[in-house]
Design a protein around this ligand. Structure first.
Ligand SMILES: *Cc1c(COP(=O)(O)O)cnc(C)c1O
Length: 457
């Protein structure tokens, strides 16, 4: 007999994961290796170590070790804000009048407000272990910069954040949170780097982009002694750290004998989705279970649903290695009217390969429909969701409504990656009825594809 399922399934400290789950180890066809953009040869450990911390490079290149131990200090930090609750959305199910059973894993219960802290703390830990003075990074919407600032202050590391200029100006509170944790925040493009000065000369008055901020952060790291560059998504090491989301979810569901049918997550660079599905996809790859996975992306930045699976640059400045992934081209700039932080042109190589093999589905949704779902969810379940997370809410609701039509009692699990307190300008647009949708035309996409590196030919 099944035990009655509480509104929130918490785990004991003793049930928290001791090892990260390395999904790549379970894949027969591995994700394609990162390539040096000059030599077009696979990136070596030595090359990567000039930019990234050594231990993180090891993790980045490891596609055979199934479980990698989480160092005790990281586990201790996790204990301050984990386990993240797995919530049974009884209230939502009732209002939707659906036979579906809906669960969400809520990652917004820490000051940074999102799942990004799970990887920030790991990356800061390894930087400290290596005896570095500090790390540099970029931040767009600000969640990653905030998470990294918290992690660096905990380990006493210097943290230099290049923040896309328009966010720096539009999100002063995010900026101040980072500074409160001791980070040095520079609006990008800036005059502090060569690449920043060059971009400013070419495009005076530009409000910046994520790709440009990445280039500045990498230059800063490689030109200062005792610094390395760290990043908040896309790379496999980040997916690895985020597997704590999926491992906790699986333990919680197993405790109550629940097997999900559909697992849904929003996909920007793919780290939260990769982490959430990791142990479940591992079982699917071993033929032990079958689940449906749905990646949800904005219609304004349709990487999986309309992108190409080719080698591409990870950043606009083209300083990072080439990665084989679904991409819209590193020059693709999503519509400025789009609110969420899911604006990255590419998708992590692991999820790209799984999608390519047909093991995962993808769906794109328009932002007004996303905010409708966000508002609906906030009014029923109480949590004010981040716009990014609300992409997953949208599709979870759609799937639950399908169950209502067919009478199927499917179990749906989705990732609620964070809270939306710093996104109230977007909510304001939605509340005022002036939010718009923009779906790129074939012409828009062709411009992005035109900038793909020629090695794909
Ligand atoms: C950064 C972010 C995302 C998207 O990043 P992924 O790497 O795709 O997970 C989603 N939700 C929130 C709240 C974020 O901060």
């Amino acid at each position: 007999m099944q035990k009655e399922i509480p509104y929130k399934i918490y785990l004991e400290e003793s049930e928290l994961p001791t090892h990260w789950h390395n999904l790549r180890a379970f894949m027969k066809n591995k994700p394609a290796p990162l390539l040096n953009s000059q030599t077009l040869k696979p990136m070596t450990k030595e090359e990567l170590s000039e930019v990234f911390c050594e231990e993180l490079v090891k993790q980045e290149l490891d596609d055979t070790t199934p479980y990698i131990e989480i160092p005790q200090e990281i586990r201790d930090f996790y204990k301050m804000y984990r386990p993240a609750p797995l919530v049974r959305a009884y209230c939502l199910e009732k209002v939707l009048d659906t036979p579906a059973k809906i669960y969400y894993k809520f990652e917004g219960n820490n000051t940074s407000g999102s799942h990004k802290l799970n990887s920030a703390i790991a990356q800061a830990y390894y930087a400290k272990q290596q005896g570095l003075k500090g790390v540099t990074t970029e931040t767009g919407a600000g969640q990653w910069g905030t998470a990294l600032s918290m992690a660096c202050s905990y380990f006493g590391l210097d943290c230099r954040v290049y923040m896309v200029k328009c966010s720096y100006e539009q999100k002063p509170f995010r900026r101040e949170v980072m500074r409160t944790y001791g980070a040095n925040v520079t609006p990008s493009p800036s005059t502090t780097t060569n690449v920043g000065r060059k971009i400013l000369e070419e495009f005076p008055g530009t409000s910046g982009s994520l790709g440009c901020a990445i280039s500045e952060a990498v230059e800063a790291a490689t030109s200062m002694d005792g610094y390395r560059y760290v990043l908040g998504s896309v790379f496999n090491q980040v997916l690895l750290h985020q597997s704590v989301i999926g491992l906790e979810t699986k333990t919680a569901l197993d405790k109550y004998g629940v097997t999900p049918d559909i697992i849904i997550g929003c996909a920007g660079g793919g780290s939260n989705l990769g982490g959430l599905i990791s142990p479940f996809m591992g079982e699917k790859l071993q033929g032990k279970a079958n689940y449906r996975f749905i990646a949800v992306e904005p219609a304004s930045c349709p990487t999986l649903t309309r992108g190409k699976y080719v080698y591409d640059y990870c950043d606009t400045g083209r300083v990072c290695p080439l990665s084989k992934m679904y991409t819209l081209g590193s020059g693709f700039i999503p519509s400025a009217s789009h609110a969420g932080g899911l604006r990255y042109h590419g998708m992590t190589s692991t999820l790209s390969e799984l999608y390519h093999q047909g093991l995962m589905e993808a769906r794109s949704v328009e932002q007004t429909a996303v905010f409708e779902a966000a508002q609906y969810f906030a009014r029923i379940e109480g949590i004010l969701p981040a716009p990014e997370s609300s992409h997953a809410i949208r599709v979870a609701i759609d799937e639950a409504l399908k169950c209502k039509e067919t009478g199927e009692e499917k179990t749906i699990v989705f990732g609620l990656t964070g809270t939306g307190y710093f996104d109230m300008m977007s909510y304001q647009k939605f509340n005022d009825g002036i939010m718009t949708d923009y779906i790129p035309t074939e012409d828009d996409l062709a411009k992005g594809f035109a900038g793909l590196p020629k090695i794909n030919l």
